[in-house]
Design a protein around this ligand. Structure first.
Ligand code: HEC
Ligand code: HEC
Length: 457
């Protein structure tokens, strides 16, 4: 596991807890303030920017159409009766309307089927974030015995026997033609990335049309971004920060903690998007809340107090009947008025911005960055081989820094507010430091000799 340094970081954390002072502890720059929540609806408007497709699986119409066909094809399951769309039903908001998913052979899956809207922006997949990409996720449910129960090794031959698939796969993957699991996963992922929720009444209000939503919804939005603090987690245009929290539902489970081996993240599940939320009841990872009314009642003071409960969650929140109705009216404005099962209108399809000829910052022996408001103070840093990256937690929340590459596997353990970690980088290369609890936090680390210092050579 390569937890050498980490061990010491964890140890430091334990000593901090015990004695209050230790190596690795750091004085935050000032009082750790909570991030201000934007209260202007324009800050939550769906951007016109296109869908991000990864460089190693760019968009093509042929791939999109193949992915859509595969998504609806029951031959992907062992008994040829269940497709992805059997559970992720477009007419049910890409959910299944059930408390817990039911597999091809009638077995109950341990979790509720989530919606598939807006996953192109999700850094991790599944309620506990265990899959790192849509490509990596795609074959999971096919092979899962309590879902589609398919023998993965037999699937390519079964699909290749179809009169059209071989040509469709060849058109979608001219570089590496073939009915392969790899191509199947890429096509499914491409189709899934196009599932961007359509424009809503909320967007029209946010764009300046005061008549687009009722007054109750405007009051509900003020509660959502104010007193009820919903937007502390349901932030940005998709109303999710893609991070993991325990919101105090009565049931318990391993959650993100099971993936990271961190008991403090037990019961913490991924924040879902709230766009189209009215269309895929019931709610939560365990499907335990049947309606949006029940969800609002939960947040109004029904949370179970326990050590894992998210600090961001208001405690014993009191909401009047009027305030609950207003919150509900706001949530309803996040449903589009397009017919449910029509394909979304795609914004311009874009690839990640081409890398400009950027020499980047000068390589140093030691670089310090801070964490605040679920973000690093820099987007990229440059180190000399053998250099050290020091990360100070000036945030109001704990983080868990991970750097995973062929040459290194670093895990900071839980890094509490005020704590610092030092990450040594030995080998030249490009690395990404990611927070495992708030995976949109990413810091690019370039390790190499300092070219910029010798412009004459
Ligand atoms: C038997 C019902 C069922 C079928 C069939 C099914 N899924 Fe799912 N899907 C689920 C459940 C349940 C989860 C949540 C599992 C978890 O988080 O542990 C899920 C999660 C997902 C996620 C992650 C969503 C998120 O918010 O992180 C994606 C993506 C997904 N499924 C795509 C697919 C694709 C593609 C197929 C077909 C190859 C498929 N599913 C077939 C039930 C199903
Ligand atoms: C501490 C972060 C946090 C806060 C604050 C928060 N939520 Fe959530 N929300 C989550 C997480 C995490 C989940 C998923 C929990 C689970 O599945 O167990 C969730 C789930 C939901 C769902 C269900 C979505 C689905 O697809 O199942 C709705 C609706 C929702 N929240 C609305 C709200 C509203 C309204 C508020 C304010 C009253 C709010 N949330 C406050 C983190 C938060």
């Amino acid at each position: 596991m390569g937890r050498g340094v980490i061990g010491s970081a964890l140890l430091a954390g334990m000593v901090v807890a015990a004695a209050g002072i230790a190596a690795g502890q750091h004085q935050p720059a000032g009082p750790v303030a909570k991030a201000p929540i934007p209260t202007d609806p324009a800050a939550y408007r769906q951007p016109a920017e296109g869908i991000p497709f990864p460089a190693d699986n760019p968009y093509s119409r042929a791939k999109h159409e193949l992915g859509e066909r595969l998504f609806h094809d029951p031959r992907l399951s062992g008994g040829d009766t269940m497709s992805c769309a059997s559970c992720h039903d477009p007419s049910l908001g890409f959910g299944d309307g059930k408390v817990l998913a039911v597999g091809e052979k009638g077995q109950q899956a341990p979790r509720h089927t989530p919606t598939l809207w807006n996953l192109a922006w999700a850094p991790t997949l599944f309620w506990d974030g265990r899959a790192p990409s849509l490509e990596a996720q795609a074959t999971g449910p096919i092979a899962n015995p309590v879902e589609m129960a398919q023998d993965l090794a037999a699937l390519p031959a079964e699909l290749a026997a179809d009169p059209e698939y071989p040509a469709q796969f060849a058109a979608a993957f001219p570089e590496a033609p073939g009915v392969t699991l790899d191509n199947l996963a890429k096509a499914l992922a491409t189709f899934e990335r196009t599932l961007v929720s359509p424009e809503t009444p909320f967007d029209r209000w946010a764009a300046g049309d005061e008549t687009a939503v009722p007054e109750a919804a405007k009051r509900g939005f003020a509660l959502f971004t104010g007193k009820a603090q919903c937007a502390a987690c349901h932030s940005g245009w998709a109303f999710t920060d893609h991070a993991f929290y325990d919101i105090g539902l009565p049931g318990t489970g391993p959650g993100r903690g099971g993936v990271l081996g961190q008991p403090r993240l037990e019961n913490a599940w991924k924040t879902p998007t709230l766009r189209e939320v009215g269309r895929h009841a019931p709610y939560m990872h365990d499907g335990s809340l049947a309606t949006l009314e029940a969800v609002i009642d939960h947040y109004a003071g029904r949370e179970v107090e326990r050590p894992t409960l998210a600090p961001e969650l208001p405690r014993k929140l009191v909401l009047s009947a009027q305030e609950k109705a207003d919150l509900l009216a706001f949530l309803k404005t996040l449903d589009s008025d397009r017919p449910q099962d029509t394909a979304p209108v795609l914004a311009a399809l874009t690839l990640p911005a081409p890398k400009g000829h950027d020499h980047g910052p000068k390589a140093q022996d030691r670089v310090e960055v801070t964490q605040r408001d679920k973000a690093f103070s820099a987007k990229s840093v440059a180190l000399k081989p053998g250099g050290t990256l020091v990360i100070h937690n000036d945030d109001s929340r704990a983080h868990n820094i991970r750097v995973f590459a062929p040459s290194m596997d670093y895990d900071s353990g839980l890094q509490d507010p005020g704590q610092s970690v030092s990450v040594p980088f030995k080998a030249p290369g490009e690395y990404t430091a990611v927070c495992n609890i708030h995976p949109t936090m990413r810091l690019k680390v370039t390790v190499g000799p300092d070219k910029g210092a010798h412009p004459g050579h």
